[in-house]
Structures are given as C-alpha cells and as structure tokens.
Design a protein around this ligand. Structure first.
Ligand SMILES: [Zn+2]
Length: 233
C-alpha cells in the first residue's frame, strides 16, 4: 500500500466519523432543545421587563397618592378659609370658586391616572402569569427532552468514539507530512482527497493536462489546481 492509498483509507474512516459528529450536532432533539432554551430565555427577559414596568407603575401610584393627599389638604384649607372669611363680594367668591374648581380638576385627573395605571399594571400582571405558565410548561418539556437527548447523545458518542479510534488506527504508518497536508486541505475542502476519474478530479470534475496525469499515475503528491484536493490515481 502506498502512502496515498493509506491516506485514502484514513479519509474513509475520518469522513465517517465526521458524518457521525455532524449528525450528533444536527440531532432534531438537540435543535429542539436549543430552541426551547432560547424561548425560555426570551420569556424570562419579558418577565423581567414586565416586572420593571409594574414596579415603575406602582411607584407612580405612590407619587399620585401623595399628590392627592396634598390636593385634599389644599381643598380642606380652602373650605376653612371660605368659612372663616366668607367672600365679601362676587369677585372674591369667583376667585374661591375658581380655586376650588382647579383643585377638583386636579383630583379628578389624578383619580383617572390612578385608575389607568392600575389597569395597565393588572394587564401586565396577567401577562406575567401567562408567561410564567408558558415558561413552566416549556421548562418541563425541556427537562423531559433533555433526558431523552442525553441518552441519545451518550449512545451516539460511544459510536463516534469507536469511529475516531478506528480512524486513528488507519493513521498508523502514514508519514506525518501526508497527514499535515491532509489536515491543511481539510480546513477549506472536505473530503480533502479525490480519486482520479476519467482523467478528471473526482472532487470538482476538472480535467488534468497530460503532464499532471502522468505525475498522478506515478504516485506523486498532486493537488487539483481548481479545488485543492489531493488526487489519488
Ligand atoms: Zn478538483
């Protein structure tokens, strides 16, 4: 067996192991797990921002309550003033009435704001409950799938380990410079070796000039100028 033949044998085993590794990564269970993980993370972020919004609303309600108490006090003070020093004429009476109206309006505005904020807050609290429920269900689904995936991963990893060991075994006897070349081509082209088929590169189908064909037939290390693969005759 020539070095190239041995390298070809190694490639068969190496490619098989790579396919298995790829299948493990692409496992539908794994993809679903990743999706669920992202979904749960998104839900947690939504919850966090909703909590922040609700907290800000509660703060706002506290501020309004204080403002209402203040306006209430002002109204009481106005009533006291009107009782102690009743309006002497219609102009003074009009001033009292206008002041009282302003305070009433202020109180009404605060009242509707409190109502609006409270409604928004309870809407958000309802959304929080929905999200928590969905997140809980997703977490359960995630945990269940995780158990199944772990089992699948364990089984496939054992197979992969055997395949990698088999590939390692095929490396025996191959000179390091061939393996280095193989690995370096593999960085940009897989599989890194191609057979010569009808005078063409089996990887990209480009034809070789006769001088190159002669070199390949002579067992020299030739790489396809087009795809970069190492050609085996
Ligand atoms: Zn090629």
């Amino acid at each position: 067996m020539t070095q190239l033949d041995m390298l070809w044998e190694y490639q068969l085993a190496d490619t098989e192991a790579d396919s298995m590794a790829h299948a493990i990564r692409q496992s539908p269970k794994r993809q679903k797990l990743l999706k669920l993980r992202d979904y749960i993370r998104d839900q947690q972020e939504s919850l966090k921002s909703l909590e922040g919004e609700v907290a800000a609303m509660m703060d706002r309600v506290e501020v309004i309550k204080e403002a209402i108490a203040l306006a209430d006090d002002q109204l009481k003070a106005l009533q006291k003033r009107v009782q102690e020093e009743p309006a002497a004429n219609s102009r003074e009476a009009a001033v009292f009435i206008s002041e009282a109206e302003q305070l009433f309006n202020t109180l009404n505005d605060f009242d509707s704001e409190v109502r609006r904020v409270s409604k928004n807050a309870s809407d958000r609290e309802r959304r929080q409950r929905d999200i928590k429920l969905r997140a809980y269900k997703s977490k359960q689904e995630f945990d269940q799938l995780r158990v199944e995936y772990d089992q699948e991963y364990k089984e496939k990893s054992e197979i992969l380990d055997k395949m990698r060991a088999a590939a390692e075994e095929k490396k025996k006897g191959i000179e390091p410079k061939y393996l280095e070349r193989y690995n370096s081509i593999k960085q940009h082209c897989t599989p890194p070796m191609a057979k010569l088929i009808n005078g063409q590169c089996g990887g990209c189908n480009m034809g070789f000039p006769s001088s190159v064909l002669a070199a390949i037939k002579a067992g020299k290390q030739v790489e396809c100028e087009t795809c970069g693969r190492l050609i085996i005759g």
